[in-house]
Design a protein around this ligand. Structure first.
Ligand code: GLU
Length: 318
C-alpha cells in the first residue's frame, strides 16, 4: 500500500489510541464511581475503553470498546437533536443555552430563573427537553422514538435500555422529581410529571458501547451528515450549534476545565462515558466509570486530553 499523508495519520491515530488505552488501564487514580444511582455503584472502576472513528470511517479502538455501559447524560445530546427537529427554535422558550456554573442537579438556580433551566444538558434542562419530545403521547411512544433514533445513528438495532438501571433511578430520583415538579409549577413542563420523568430515566439508562457511541456521534463531526452514507441527520447550522452547546455546557461546572484541557465539544454522563467531537476529523467515545468532583469521568477526560494533544485536534489550535 502506498504511504500517503492519510495512511500516516491513521497509523498515528492507531498507536495513540492503543498507547493511551494501555496507560489508562494501569493508572491507580480512577476517580469515584457514581453511587447516587444504586445500580451504577456496582460498576467496576477498572474498566476503560476508547474509540475514535475518523472521517473515512476508520475505527481505532482500545480497551473494552464493545462493552455496553450506561450512557446517562450523553443521551441528552440525542434528545436535544430530536427535540430541535420536532420543535425548532420554540425549544429555546423553555430552556436557555448558557453554561450553568452549577452542579448538574442544582435546584437553587431553577428558582432564581423562574423555572427555565439554564441549558439542555443540566438535569432540569434535559427533563424539559424530554417533556417536549413526549408531546402529550404515551411515554412508551416517545421512548421508542429516542431508542430508534440511537439505533439508526449507530446503525445497530441491538442497542437497548438497561431496565435495572432505569428502575434504580426511578426508585431514588427524588431530586429530579423535585426539579420536574418545580418546572411543572411554572408551566415549563406540560405533560404529567410521572410520564416525563419515566421517559427521562429510561433514556438515561440506554446502554451503549464506545464503538456504538462514537458511531452515533459522527453526524456532529461532519456538518450534520453521516460521511459513510451521506445521510443527513441535521443541517450544518444545527450541528454547529449543538457542538457549541456541548463545548460550553457539556460537562456541567467542569465545562471550562474540559475546554481548557481537551478543547473539543463533549458531553459526559455519570456512567463515566464522554462523547467528544473533533469537527471535520473524528467522533470519539471514552469510558472510565470513576468520576471527578464535578461528576465527569476522571480518566476519560485525561485520555481525551492526551489524544487531542497528540493528534493536534483541539479546536483552539495545536
Ligand atoms: N440520569 C442521571 C441523573 O438524572 C444523569 C446525570 C448525568 O449523567 O450526569 O441524575
Amino acid at each position: 500500500m502506498p504511504v500517503t499523508a492519510a495512511s500516516l495519520e491513521r497509523a498515528a491515530l492507531d498507536s495513540a489510541v492503543r498507547e493511551i488505552a494501555a496507560e489508562m488501564a494501569d493508572r491507580p487514580d480512577r476517580g469515584t464511581v457514581a453511587s447516587y444511582i444504586p445500580e451504577l455503584a456496582e460498576v467496576d472502576p477498572g474498566r476503560f475503553a476508547l474509540v475514535v472513528i475518523d472521517a473515512d470511517g476508520h475505527v481505532a479502538a482500545g480497551g473494552d470498546s464493545e462493552a455496553p455501559f450506561s450512557i446517562q447524560s450523553i443521551s441528552k445530546v440525542f434528545t436535544l437533536t430530536l427535540a430541535l427537529g420536532m420543535a425548532g427554535d420554540r425549544l429555546w422558550a423553555k430552556v436557555g443555552r448558557e453554561p450553568s456554573g452549577s452542579p448538574f442537579n442544582s435546584i437553587v438556580q431553577l428558582e432564581n430563573e423562574k423555572g427555565i433551566p439554564r441549558n439542555p444538558f443540566i438535569n432540569a434542562g434535559a427533563i424539559a427537553v424530554t417533556d417536549l419530545i413526549l408531546a402529550r403521547r404515551q411515554p412508551r411512544e416517545a421512548l421508542g422514538e429516542i431508542l430508534r433514533f440511537l439505533q439508526f445513528l449507530s446503525d445497530d438495532t441491538s442497542i437497548v435500555i438497561d431496565a435495572a438501571v432505569a428502575a434504580s433511578e426511578q426508585r431514588t430520583g427524588f431530586r429530579n422529581a423535585a426539579l420536574a415538579n418545580y418546572m411543572r409549577s411554572f408551566g415549563v413542563l406540560e405533560n404529567p410529571v410521572d410520564f416525563t420523568l419515566g421517559v427521562y430515566f429510561h433514556h438515561c439508562a440506554i446502554a451503549m458501547s464506545c464503538r456504538q457511541l462514537a458511531q452515533a456521534g459522527r453526524f456532529l463531526a461532519h456538518l450534520g451528515a453521516n460521511p459513510a452514507t451521506g445521510m443527513r441527520v441535521v443541517s450544518p447550522e444545527r450541528a454547529r450549534r449543538i457542538n457549541a452547546i456541548m463545548l460550553t455546557c457539556g460537562h456541567y461546572d467542569g465545562s471550562g476545565e474540559f475546554a481548557y484541557r481537551v478543547g473539543l465539544p463533549g458531553k459526559s454522563g455519570v456512567g463515566g462515558g464522554i462523547l467528544a467531537v473533533a469537527p471535520g476529523k473524528a467522533s470519539v467515545a471514552v469510558w472510565s466509570p470513576g468520576l471527578d468532583a464535578a461528576g465527569n469521568s476522571h480518566l476519560g477526560r485525561i485520555a481525551l486530553e492526551k489524544l487531542t494533544r497528540r493528534m493536534g485536534w483541539s479546536i483552539f489550535g495545536t
